[in-house]
Design a protein around this ligand. Structure first.
Ligand code: NA7
Length: 533
């Protein structure tokens, strides 16, 4: 006899910052909620990405929960930008403080979620334990969680060790005295390369596209600064929510186009922000992601910095990007360009000399063979949709989400999908998500979902589902906004361009404040664009 799956009011997939807060809110509403998490601990991104140098690119005082004032007053960050171990400790602290672990089933990977039309519930299956059923299914699976390792011929024959930055061994890796190859120069490569160079006897960096990176200027967090923020934390949080990226309000964007400023003034602005460090560099002027000529002034400024730091002019030219700055996510580094001045560090430009294959002893390119003891894949993720597509999610009439999204993700507000009732995606495609401070976007979505479920219960509704028309209109809107920007001009993971065969669609929506207003208005209008059953 098969027992029917244990029923929950809400099943949440993932115990990163999104899943943890969703569980907290669900419990606060009296819901019987369960989180299912593939890892053996909480933290999501910060649980998996333990590579050397892993660090948040949003400042600590902003990259933290705001929902509990005691928490934000009592927690003390040690650095301006928190490193992965400290953020993981923070996630663990939150789990303990709010007794979240008792509601999380760890070490269990969700494999399937099927909508049962008759029961009006989701049946959720995993690779361990019994199936469960859920009235509401919340996907808190993260935007950068489906790691991608490229299929390079011969990879299985490599006799040394291979690692992916997004799946770094928890016990750490000793690369001392080893010859290491790093493939990939996105944020993970740029953060890890200077640290790996400290240990490795030889480091070969395999670069396909150079990225722009701005110094982090990381260091101990000034206690006086932290105290001043904590004296009125709500003020910083509110000001950040009014920023397009939901952070950085302390150094606002200059409300002027780059070409409106004269040459000296423009240069001084870039220098000041370069010296300050971090993402606010892109806020130097208000048109950097709108006007190619404006963008080129910032791009050329960074290229000049690269030429100034990197001693070998040929290496400097290979490191100098040509695409629009900010089109791929800007990187924030500590000593990246300086690392290429070290005698044991070399750069292979894969545009000139592509990889032919991996051999038992290293990596072969069209220019020759590099003998290696270890290969680090800093090759990124199947972003925004990858984690969802890897689960067999089936909505009405057995339609698979991965089929429904074959031509790119279609959502309403990045929160709901037509044909998939009672399914919510936290920071889903079609919402600002990865273009923002993720914790702000996460809290916003969790609060919205919580209010929505409370509304359904108060009004006796059992289901909610995005209407097809509202969804398609939303997809058109997201595309039209993206089309006004320079984001679609390069091969970024925002577009899925890094995943072979993935349809090229710009997935996030630029502009947090307008988006948040729209979501609030949709709720105030009785969940306009959703069908309530
Ligand atoms: P990214 O930013 O997607 O970077 C991946 C890097 O790996 C990038 O330089 C890619 O080059 C490179 N790559 C990917 N596939 C290959 C192959 N097949 N051959 C050579 N090089 C390859 O991922 P990260 O983990 O660094 O960062 C993700 C986000 O995490 C980051 O933006 C922050 O938000 C935090 P490409 O540019 O595609 O030519």
């Amino acid at each position: 006899m098969t027992e029917s799956p244990r029923p929950f009011d809400m099943v949440i997939v993932g115990a990163g910052f999104a899943g943890m807060y969703m569980l907290h809110r669900a419990r606060g509403m009296g819901l019987d909620a369960l989180v299912i998490e593939a890892g053996t601990g909480v933290g999501g991104t910060w649980f998996w990405n333990r590579y050397p140098g892993a660090r948040c690119d949003v400042e600590s005082m902003e990259y933290s929960y705001s929902f509990d004032d005691d928490l934000q007053q009592e927690w003390e960050w040690s650095e301006r930008y928190a490193g992965q171990p400290e953020i993981l400790r923070y996630a663990e602290h939150v789990a303990d403080r709010f007794d979240l672990r008792s509601g999380i089933r760890f070490d269990t990977r969700v494999t399937a979620a099927h909508w049962d039309e008759g029961a009006g519930r989701w049946t959720v299956r995993a690779d361990a334990g019994d199936a469960v059923s859920a009235q509401h299914l919340v996907m808190a699976t993260g935007c950068l969680s489906a790691a991608m390792t490229p299929a390079i011929p011969g990879a299985e024959r490599f006799a040394g060790d291979t690692f992916h930055t997004g799946r770094w061994p928890h016990e750490g890796v000793d690369l001392t005295g080893r010859r290491v190859g790093v493939i990939g120069t996105g944020s993970s490569g740029i953060q890890s390369i200077p640290v790996i160079a400290e240990e490795a006897s030889e480091l070969v960096v395999f670069q396909r596209t150079p990225a722009y990176t701005v110094p982090a200027r990381n260091g101990p967090l000034d206690p006086a600064e932290a105290e001043a923020i904590k004296a009125d934390y709500g003020k910083l949080r509110a000001a950040d929510r009014l920023m397009p990226t939901a952070f950085g309000s302390r150094v606002p964007r200059r409300d002027e186009g780059a070409l409106q400023a004269d040459d000296d003034d423009r240069l001084a602005e870039y220098e000041a922000r370069w010296d300050r460090g971090g993402f606010t560099f892109l806020g130097s002027f208000n048109d950097l992601l709108l006007d190619p000529a404006a963008n080129e002034t910032a791009a050329e400024f960074v290229r000049g910095k690269i030429r100034g730091v990197v001693q070998d002019p040929e290496v400097a030219e290979r490191l100098a990007p040509s695409q629009v700055i900010g089109c791929k996510r800007l990187c924030i580094d500590t000593g990246y360009y300086e690392t290429f001045n070290r005698p044991h560090v070399s750069l292979v430009d894969l545009r000139e000399t592509p990889i032919e294959g991996i051999t038992p002893t290293g990596i072969g390119t069209t220019a020759g063979h590099h003998d290696l003891d270890a290969i680090v894949f800093a090759t990124g993720f199947d972003a925004m949709t990858g984690a969802l597509a890897r689960i067999d999610i089936r909505g009405r009439d057995g339609v698979a989400l991965r089929d429904a999204w074959a031509a790119g993700p279609h959502t309403y507000l990045g929160l709901g999908v037509s044909g998939f009732p009672n399914l919510f995606t936290i920071t889903g495609p079609g919402s600002p998500s990865v273009l923002t401070n993720m914790i702000v976007s996460i809290e916003h979505h969790v609060d919205w979902i919580s209010d929505c479920v409370a509304h359904l219960r108060a009004h006796g509704h059992r289901t909610i589902e995005a209407t097809f028309d509202a969804q398609e209109e939303w997809v058109d809107f997201v595309n039209s906004v993206a089309g006004l920007t320079l984001f679609p001009t390069c091969n970024s993971w925002y577009l899925g361009a890094n995943v072979p065969g993935k349809t090229r669609v710009f997935m996030p929506l630029p502009g947090f404040p307008t988006y948040a207003e729209t979501c609030a208005q949709v709720a105030a209008d009785g969940y306009r664009g959703f069908a309530l059953g």
